[in-house]
Write a new protein. Structure first.
Length: 190
């Protein structure tokens, strides 16, 4: 028997462990999805306002990983690790996100990309292992505000890329043809 809430909707066993953030972005679905698939894009928008990202390694494929450091505006470094669990271009990415490969407190996220003409609705649905970890992420690390700021950064970045691509005539620019192997030893994009 399914459990339902007071309003008749099915109750979710994970509701007290979830964060769901969404935004409509003024860019096509394929471009918004692409912004997650290449480190050269991620390094330009990933993270809340004032943060920067240095990539150590990046392999965008199922069971591949993104090992990176987020640098806070106060100088604090945050070690991060994402393992890609599912990739369905250009509609869905599932991932496991923690501080390291075997982080017992890692959380699961599913990102969905729904195209509507030249716009895309992105939904980030995150489930933490416990309610306490979810509450800590919200209260101590401001996960909701940070997630909203991250999607704002994504929106601004892909709008800029879309403008640049629409004004470019002729062959692709060097930036558009750069590969993931063009990462310096310190993790910066060359």
């Amino acid at each position: 028997m399914a459990t339902t809430s007071d309003d008749g909707e099915p109750a979710r066993a994970t509701a007290d462990r979830e964060i769901v953030i969404s935004r409509v972005i003024d860019a096509p679905q394929e471009l918004v999805f692409e912004a997650f698939t290449r480190v050269r894009h991620l390094s330009r928008w990933w993270g809340p306002e004032g943060f920067t990202t240095t990539t150590r390694s990046f392999e965008f494929q199922v069971d591949g990983a993104w090992d990176f450091v987020m640098h806070g505006p106060d100088g604090t470094d945050y070690q991060e690790w994402i393992t890609w669990r599912e990739i369905v271009p250009p509609q869905r990415i599932a991932l496991l996100h923690g501080e390291s490969r075997d982080d017992p407190n890692a959380f699961e996220s599913v990102l969905t990309f729904e195209g509507a003409g030249e716009k895309t609705r992105i939904v980030m649905h995150t489930v933490f292992p416990t309610k306490e970890l979810r509450d800590e992420a919200v209260e101590k690390y401001h996960a909701i505000e940070g997630g909203e700021q991250t999607l704002n950064n994504l929106a601004a970045y892909v709008a800029q890329v879309a403008r640049e691509r629409s004004t470019a005539r002729g062959p692709a620019t060097a930036d558009e043809t750069m590969t993931e192997q063009e990462i310096g030893q310190d993790g910066t994009v060359l």
